[in-house]
Design a protein around this ligand. Sequence first.
Ligand code: F6P
Ligand code: MN
Length: 323
Amino acid sequence: MRRLAPVLRQDGVDTDLISLIKTILAACKEISFRVGQGELAGVLGSTLDENIQGETQKKLDVLANELLKDMILETGIVKAISSEEEDLPVAGNPAGKYLVTFDPLDGSSNTDINSLIGTIFSILPAKAELAADDAAQFLQAGTKQLAAGYVLYGPSTMLALTTGKGTRLYTLDKTYGGFLLTHEEVAIPSVTAEFAINMSNQRHWEPAMQQYVQDLLLGKTGPRGKNFNMRWIAAMVGDVHRILCRGGIFMYPTDTKDPQKPYKLRLMYEANPMSFLVEQAGGSSTTGYARIMDIAPTDIHQRVSVILGSRHEVESCLKYHSQ
Ligand code: F6P
Ligand code: MN
């Protein structure tokens, strides 16, 4: 089993970037430990606060955010961080080369039920012309990401990572204390018979999405001519992990449930890093109308419609949108 750093060095990844990724992973190991302790560590349940998204913060959200923020900023090579749990970016070293944006704990409604959760991160190049506390420096398209990944806290703690040379999976060896390469070249099957969507929002979707999912549900008797299975983990990190492992299509499309909030997932620290991982594994990622990684962001917390996974299935879904 090969370790993270030698594999990245082999790819010619900048040594500072490797050390930044290792720092993020050190924070994630600590989060993994606390998550594993669950009730025993007294970290389950909510705080009394809400984050910028108007969602209640779980104690674990806050803990994960503080750990990541402090450890990343201490490296001295990061100009600023931006997190789901921070209204504004937090400045680091003005001369730092990197920007890091992250969702400290994705799927946090799963924390109290001992179900899948994870940390999602994206690393961008710093912009010399902008101040460290200027949010505008983060507003770069997903194609500019230098690295992206997630750490999934499941029965085993796993890392999915890309630096633009394919997507790899690593497993945390808790006896040795490091992430070991367990899947060298992730390749998402281009064809699938599995979809993931929150069906309770069905009546709020656009007609194109309604029609597409209805045709999936018709199975063999409908225009698709085959049966589909459905899975929903309620943590994007878990659903995307399944897709990296065995294919599928994951959707969190536009809906009209709350007219103030037509999209659910966040572009900078959910959709973009996941799109980078999925594309590097041979899959596709789109809003239904445009490639997610091509979007020019306008806000660090902006939300976006997400359709990603097996290439042919994403193409099938896109056909409904273009009609
Ligand atoms: O971060 C948002 C998130 O928790 C995703 O991880 C997940 O896919 C989604 O929300 C689940 O939302 P719901 O099941 O409430 O529609
Ligand atoms: Mn999330």
